[in-house]
Design a protein around this ligand. Sequence first.
Ligand SMILES: O=C(CO)[C@H](O)[C@H](O)COP(=O)(O)O
Length: 228
Amino acid sequence: MAVQINPSILSADFARLAEEAKAVQGADALHVDVMDNHFVPNLTLGVPVVESLARATDTPLDCHLMIEDPDRWAPRYVEAGASSVTFHVEAAAAPVRLAREIRAKGARASMALKPATPIEPFEDLLPELDMLLIMTVEPGFGGQAFLDIMLPKIRRTRELIKKHGLQLWLQVDGGVSASTIEQCADAGADVFVAGSAVYGAQDPAEAVRALRTQAETATAKASWACDH
Ligand SMILES: O=C(CO)[C@H](O)[C@H](O)COP(=O)(O)O
């Protein structure tokens, strides 16, 4: 099973984003945290910065919209050059319509769940998605401690993906590091967002390689991946 490591630029130097993107060559995608100070109590960047980043790097952009009214804004991030766009189900007015619009515009459609949002009410939506993001911290800030109470939700989501025979990536975001990535992989995650664990490292590209090795080793031993 292939795993993906997506460094979060929330922990990068925003004045040097193009260089910071190059510093993690070998990463599968750059995770771009868009925050509006309404859905979360923090403010980061918007469409113009994503457009510039898309011109500055060949690494795919994985845009995570922590914003209100994603129904209006998510399509703009596809046009800006994102390869995947994640909206929060707690903020979306019409998640199925939005996922279809993101796909129709040519990007991967992804839906995120905050820690207190269960997966079960959204089981029927899974075929509409290319990726599901389970937040393993409360969204808003990098550098928070991993919430290990999310591990059962990751396991249950992986079971639902298997039950429906879906090719759906399962992403985890928040507190993912050398200490926690193996638990996430064992529970069923296959896309790992890491901010401080990558950009806080002496050598960010080496941190990506090390996280990938850990995730691959844990996945190879995981019961959920055995029949792949
Ligand atoms: O979405 C996020 C916060 O809302 C960030 O992507 C996430 O927190 C990454 O940072 P770290 O790996 O340092 O926890």
